[in-house]
Design a protein around this ligand. Structure first.
Ligand code: CA
Length: 234
């Protein structure tokens, strides 16, 4: 089973995150997107990205060759958001992060653009699958900032790649083997900016998937909840 939860947080008035999940006989799909842009552009962008991937899935078999089909699905979503942003003045400059996972009991294929993350959770280990396309993560990679310093950095919300901002988008793709008992966690930075990896692992070890979603959202809000928070666990 897959569970998901989103919350506007303690400070913002709009929830610009979107998520979707689905289980089919061939496997499962999980998607999380975190929109950005003035007016309600962020909301529109993240929803449009998720909807266009769902539409792609209705017309194509996303499970046959996920490394290829994920790229195509994300390209369709990028086209949709990019064109909508160029047509309507109030949506100009809108974009969204996107992280999605397609998998079965043995393997998982993950694609991401931006700083929404995918984690693989084994019994006592939390493996961050994706690498944030963010300004602060570049500084972490160079050894200038630690991961904890990055979270509190004033430029922690600057992302270097997003869906819908340009005519083309190049997601990172990860293909992993997975044990039956492993869990997959997708989330927006409203979670990871507020809740440490140690706390996430603790919650994942202690709660079932459904309750872990609620507990992670609760913790993000308890620790400030300055951003929208979305969690999907499968
Ligand atoms: Ca966010």
């Amino acid at each position: 089973m897959i569970y998901g939860q989103t919350d506007v947080g303690n400070v913002r008035t709009l929830n610009e995150d979107s998520f979707y999940f689905e289980t089919t006989p061939q496997g499962y799909v999980m998607i999380v997107a975190d929109g950005m842009g003035g007016h309600n552009g962020g909301e529109v962008a993240s929803k449009m990205a998720v909807d266009s991937i769902r539409e792609y899935m209705n017309q194509n078999d996303i499970f046959s060759d996920p490394e290829v089909t994920l790229r195509q699905a994300i390209k369709c979503a990028n086209d949709a958001v990019f064109h909508a942003a160029t047509k309507q003045a109030e949506l100009e400059g809108m974009g969204t992060t996107l992280v999605m996972a397609v998998g079965n009991e043995k393997t998982i294929c993950v694609a991401n653009v931006g700083d929404s993350r995918a984690y693989l959770v084994s019994k006592n280990k939390l493996l961050q699958i994706t690498k944030d396309h963010s300004f602060v993560n570049e500084l972490v990679k160079k050894g200038v900032l630690t991961k904890e310093e990055a979270k509190k950095h004033p430029k922690s919300n600057i992302i270097l790649k997003a869906l819908g901002l340009e005519a083309d988008v190049y997601p990172d793709i990860f293909l992993l083997e997975k044990k039956k008992t492993d869990k997959v966690l997708l989330c927006t930075d409203g979670l990871t900016g507020m809740v440490s990896d140690e706390e996430i692992l603790e919650v994942m070890a202690q709660f079932n998937k459904k309750n872990a979603c609620a507990e992670l959202v609760r913790l993000a809000k308890e620790h400030g909840g300055t951003d929208n928070v979305t969690v999907v666990i499968g």
